[in-house]
Design a protein around this ligand. Structure first.
Ligand code: HEM
Length: 123
């Protein structure tokens, strides 16, 4: 039976699984691997902090997601379809691994943040 997202360890599993999928994804994988050339050892812990802060109010994330995505967009223009696909992959990963209140919340937050980043990046 699936559990809810309970702690940082669960978030690590979610984030690792999500970016394992992203790396080989045919629609948006190249933005991470070829355009941004992401250093995964640095990016993954940032994303643990980002989501842990959102779900459990830990206050341990300080970054500039807007600027990061604007920079990426200036190197390779992104489209709404890229963001929609990101949300689709994220939601599918959550649903594969977890169920419950926090699982629902993280999907809603991801969709809302994706819309904000998309709006600010593409306009
Ligand atoms: C088309 C969709 C997206 C693409 C291609 C994308 C790509 C990237 C890339 C390449 C980075 C920089 C990694 C690095 O080199 O350090 C990044 C960072 C980040 N992304 Fe995204 N992203 C997308 C959507 C989102 C969404 C929807 C969210 C949140 C719900 C998000 C949250 C973040 C955060 C928090 C960072 C770390 C910023 C920092 O503190 O440095 N991204 N993203």
């Amino acid at each position: 039976m699936k559990t809810d997202i309970r702690n940082r360890k669960d978030i690590e599993l979610l984030v690792n699984t999500f970016y394992d999928t992203i790396k080989t994804d045919s629609v948006i994988g190249f933005l991470f691997t070829e355009i941004a050339k992401v250093n995964w050892d640095e990016h993954l812990p940032k994303m643990y902090d980002f989501w842990e802060n959102i779900l459990f109010y830990t206050g341990n994330y300080s970054g500039s997601p807007m600027q990061v995505h604007k920079d990426l967009h200036s190197k390779c223009p992104m489209r709404p379809e890229h963001f929609e696909h990101w949300v689709h992959l994220f939601t599918a990963t959550v649903d594969t691994l977890f169920e419950g209140e926090k699982a629902t919340e993280i999907k809603e937050r991801a969709l809302n943040i994706a819309n904000v980043i998309m709006y600010k990046t593409l306009s």
